[in-house]
Design a protein around this ligand. Structure first.
Ligand SMILES: Cc1cc2nc3c(=O)[nH]c(=O)nc-3n(C[C@H](O)[C@H](O)[C@H](O)COP(=O)(O)O)c2cc1C
Length: 322
């Protein structure tokens, strides 16, 4: 693993069937459909990016205000506004031809059939490298409880999507709003996921004290950004030890050292979300800084860092507080 100083770092990573040129992937909902970031960076410098979540039909999302800043983070209740899978295939994906990076389509539905229908449309699309299933979506057939909190539902929807899109690597994105995220990870694995991404946002709210009202029109939003990093890191190391699938970790990653901490905790690659809003060049800066860090530390291949976290007193037990 060690090498003498100097020489190029091998930044490539392999997650099951998906090979990325480097471990930095821009996260869903924070990077549009990729082309929005062309004024700021070269997409080819990234390991990949994930599109905004795609549904069967276009959606306008929630009424404003639908984002707000919070200490070291932000809340969003965008409501999964998107162009719909047909416009993605007709307009957005062709604009990415030859962009030189892995394009990953984020998929959601309000019913199992909707997940399946979107995945089936994407299967075989040219220049699409993988799909990522967002399981944080409310299941309208089960009273609006998120798909991702019920292990049997996770297994079912993942297996159905697996059958509908056999040609695409399948990433399953886990919600952290569950007692033990490892249980959800095992259900996704058993349904046929190739890899996992975690975490999505944590449910939260903000209050406008003077108005005695919630800040967000939707009341509830998803918390992201540096505020969630320790929570996300904990979950990544737990899923890494308990599930045995390759992981894309995320949650508050803002610099190269954050990304490397997630890799040491068990991520094979990482996703960068909220940081894209306060610095649209954050993702490509991290690629450069990871390379520089590896050179300084004498590390030849960044993938060798994955899962190297040491536990001086033995691995921590299952969830406990206090
Ligand atoms: C404004 C916004 C929109 C998002 N939209 C989606 C989405 O459509 N699908 C999805 O799976 N995750 C979505 N996310 C979650 C992010 O991809 C990511 O999981 C989360 O923000 C944690 O990473 P971060 O702290 O680096 O932002 C969204 C996050 C934000 C801030």
């Amino acid at each position: 693993m060690k090498r003498s100083r100097g020489g190029a770092t091998d930044l490539s990573v392999q997650l099951g069937p998906l090979r990325l040129k480097n471990p930095i992937v821009a996260a869903s909902g924070t990077f549009g459909y990729g082309t929005e970031f062309l004024p700021y960076l070269k997409l080819a410098d990234l390991g990949g990016f994930v599109t905004k979540g795609l549904s069967l039909l276009p959606r306008r999302g929630n009424a404003p205000p639908r984002t707000c800043e919070t200490p070291s983070g932000m809340l969003n209740a965008i409501g999964l506004a998107n162009v719909g899978v047909e416009a993605f295939l007709d307009e957005k994906l062709p604009a990415l031809r030859g962009c030189g990076t892995a394009v990953i389509a984020n998929v959601f539905g309000e019913t199992r059939e909707e997940y399946v229908a979107v995945a089936r449309r994407l299967n075989g699309a040219p220049d699409l490298h993988a799909i990522e299933l967002n399981l944080s979506c409310p299941n309208t057939e089960k009273g609006g409880i998120a798909f991702g909190v019920s292990p049997p539902v996770i297994r079912e929807v993942v297996a159905a999507v697996r059958r509908a899109a056999p040609g695409l690597p399948l990433i399953v994105k886990l919600t952290p709003n569950i007692t033990d995220i490892a249980v959800a990870g095992r259900a996704a694995r058993d349904g046929g996921a190739d890899m996992l991404s975690l975490v999505n946002t944590f449910l939260g709210m903000a209050v406008d004290l003077r108005a005695r009202r919630p800040v967000l029109d939707n009341v509830v939003g998803g918390l992201s950004g540096p505020a969630i990093k320790p929570l996300a890191l904990y979950m990544v190391q737990r899923v890494y030890r308990e599930v045995g699938l390759p992981i894309m970790g995320m949650g508050g990653i803002s610099g190269a050292e954050d990304a490397l901490e997630f890799m040491v905790a068990g991520s094979a690659a990482v996703q960068v979300g909220t940081a894209n809003f306060f610095d649209p060049t954050a993702s490509v800066r991290m690629v450069r800084d990871i390379d520089a860090w590896c050179r300084r530390e004498g590390i030849r291949a960044v993938r060798e860092l994955t899962g190297t976290l040491q536990f001086p007193h033995g691995a921590p037990p299952a969830p406990c507080a206090g």
